[in-house]
Design a protein around this ligand. Structure first.
Ligand SMILES: Nc1nc2c(c(=O)[nH]1)N[C@H]1C(S)=C(S)[C@@H](COP(=O)(O)O)O[C@H]1N2
Ligand SMILES: [Mo]
Length: 355
């Protein structure tokens, strides 16, 4: 698909062009970034997921059984990789990981059943010091360690009503690369917690010890490197921070002088986006952008636009957003650099040539 930019061929990882990303409130499946750590597993039509843990009796469910046993729910939510915008950290210093631009994010309407309804149906314990772990059918390699994809979330998050076991995206069945037949959707959390190709849900008294949970997706300070890292330390990336990006015009584009519509997205999850500001002179002066999307979708993004007049020359556009606490984004990427290149939330810059 020409609107997708491949970031890795094996396994296939790709993000949409920024212009295609921002066209619709709901990101079509074909334009939704693909982040896979291993090959896409081929699961049979009668695939079953297993639910187990603690003193529970082991149970298994097919998609049809989940649909008939539990109420169907739909939630609009952004899914964003913790590595989105990594390319803005890489000029500071080298990082590990694929070079995602602003497109490792998408906003979709997810349909499935509530994880909490399933936990209730099987009589799972709900003490808040427990964890719920998810296993995928894919084998992944984390620094030479081969294991099934596995992650976990705390019980309090697992019990939130918007956490789904989903089979559809924007009203269509999930495609293989997005996790068919069943995937987790954990709104507000880094994409990595939303396990695709779900095979097992396990209630535990410790977080998942799978390498993806234990030795990946953690945030470290700038003095820690891939050589010195102690993975038992660091912040497990769960709730995602405030962010914003310019999608139109695209970085490096040439455009005619005059009136230009600048477009992009902002996201603050349950802290809500309150204001988006755009500068057309490299951050000296700021104008308030207009929201395209109303804030009704709690976990959704808010696209925005600003009509501006650009004069000839090399022009430097910048965006920054604020949440409902009045908190804004940090200005510079060097203040948040980390060796794995996660959570770049610095003001987003786009340079264009106006002719
Ligand atoms: N089983 C499995 N689940 C997974 C992954 C994976 O590699 N295997 N990647 C995770 C990561 S890091 C992200 S950002 C999201 C991406 O979901 P998408 O490819 O549907 O956009 O899926 C998550 N779930
Ligand atoms: Mo990710």
């Amino acid at each position: 698909m020409t609107d997708m930019i491949e970031r890795k061929s094996e396994p296939y990882n790709a993000e949409p062009t920024p212009g295609a990303l921002i066209e619709r409130f709901l990101t079509p499946q074909a334009l939704f970034y693909v982040r896979s750590h291993g090959a896409v597993p081929d699961l049979p039509a009668d695939h079953r997921i297993e639910v187990s843990g603690m003193s529970m009796e082991r149970r298994s469910f097919s998609v049809e059984e989940l649909k008939s046993a539990l109420a169907t729910r739909t939630v609009t939510a952004v899914l964003q990789c913790a590595g989105n915008r990594r390319t803005d950290l890489q000029p500071v210093a080298k990082t590990s990981g694929d070079p995602w631009d602003v497109g490792a994010i998408g906003n979709a309407e997810w349909t499935g059943v509530r994880l909490s309804d399933l936990l209730d149906a099987v009589g799972a314990p709900d003490a808040s010091d427990l964890f719920v772990a998810f296993t995928g059918a894919d084998e992944v390699d984390v620094e030479g360690e081969e294991a099934l994809f596995g992650v976990s979330i705390a019980m309090d998050k697992a019990r939130q009503p918007d956490v789904l076991i989903a089979w559809a995206m924007n009203g269509e069945p999930l495609t293989p690369e997005h996790g068919a037949p069943l995937r987790m959707v954990v709104p507000g959390y880094a994409g990595v917690r939303s396990a695709k190709w779900l095979t097992r849900i396990e209630v535990r008294d410790t977080p998942s010890d799978a390498p993806i949970q234990a030795h990946d997706y953690k945030l470290f300070p700038a003095d820690v490197t891939s050589d010195t890292v102690d993975w038992s330390q660091g912040l497990t990336i769960n709730a995602m921070p405030l962010n914003a990006a310019i999608c139109v015009p695209g970085s490096g584009e040439s455009l005619p002088a005059g009136e230009v519509r600048i477009e992009g997205y902002a996201i603050a999850y349950d802290r809500r986006v309150s204001r988006v500001e755009v500068s057309i002179n490299g951050g000296r002066d700021w104008q308030q952008a207009t929201f395209t999307d109303d804030p009704e979708a709690h976990w959704g993004w808010r696209r925005w636009t600003l009509d501006a007049t650009l004069v000839k020359g090399r022009q430097h556009l910048v965006v920054r957003a604020f949440d409902e606490t009045g908190q804004g984004q940090p200005e510079r990427p060097d203040t948040m650099w980390n060796f794995a290149g996660y959570l770049c939330t610095a003001w987003h810059h786009v340079h264009v040539l106006v002719e």
